[in-house]
Design a protein around this ligand. Structure first.
Ligand code: MN
Length: 227
């Protein structure tokens, strides 16, 4: 059996210290996972279950990419995030088993058409085109971690020389185990899935010609330049 035309290539991300790459299956994203960011977006960060949206796998680009300013927006925003990369799958996982799925972690940037997202929220329409556009998921080299070990410390975002976002990973409302456990009750998770875990306060615009760098202690940065 063949295909009626050439099948699209497998999307993949660089792995730190390895010529082999991480093959991407799906990209999930958590909304509002830092209290200060929930407040800046006009929401109460009271404990409620995490909520999710998705990006297409082929929205993923490696760190160091030069991308065109996306169409259909005048307000492209950065969102600095810790990205979880799964090396195995499962469903209906308890929190104490969830971390066994994790292959590694990366720094990421959940690029967002903020004007389009605001219009979608106001009209109660889906976020897909505000979040899941071409080249909207910047992912730095994935670093392998032993089970139960995880990045700790500072997450930051600079646009050119300006510090825009800064927080500690411990500020996340839902830690990684809770995110995976909740998500696994809605979909069957598989090896190759990436999960963007939400952004701290300080989201803002990237203009054409600027470079945005997301840094996380212990990981290589996720860098993108917008043309
Ligand atoms: Mn985000």
């Amino acid at each position: 059996m063949g295909y009626v035309f050439a099948a699209p290539p497998t999307v993949s991300v660089a792995v730190a210290g390895n010529v082999a790459r991480f093959p991407v299956r799906r990209v999930f994203c958590v909304g509002r996972n830092y209290a200060e960011h929930a407040r800046e977006m006009g929401h109460d960060p009271q404990a409620e279950p995490p909520f999710f949206f998705t990006k297409p796998a082929d929205a993923v680009v490696d760190s160091g990419a030069l991308i065109p300013y996306p169409p259909a927006t005048g307000d492209l925003h950065h969102e600095a995030e810790l990205v979880v990369a799964l090396g195995s799958g499962g469903a209906f996982l308890p929190e104490d088993a969830a971390l066994s799925l994790v292959w590694g972690y990366a720094a990421g940037n959940d690029l967002t058409r903020r004007d389009m997202q605001a219009a979608a929220k106001a009209a109660r329409r889906p976020w897909d085109m505000a979040k899941g556009f071409d080249r909207s998921a910047i992912v730095g080299p994935i670093k392998a971690f032993d089970i139960g070990d995880a990045p700790k410390g500072r997450i930051s975002c600079h646009v050119d020389g300006d510090l825009r976002q800064e927080a500690d990973l411990s500020d996340m409302i839902w830690p990684v185990a809770g995110i995976i456990a909740h998500l696994s009750r809605m979909v069957i998770l598989q090896a190759g899935d990436l999960i963007f875990t939400g952004t701290p306060a300080g989201v803002g615009a990237i203009a054409a010609g600027q470079t945005c760098t997301v840094a996380i202690d212990g990981l290589e940065p996720a860098v993108v330049t917008v043309q």
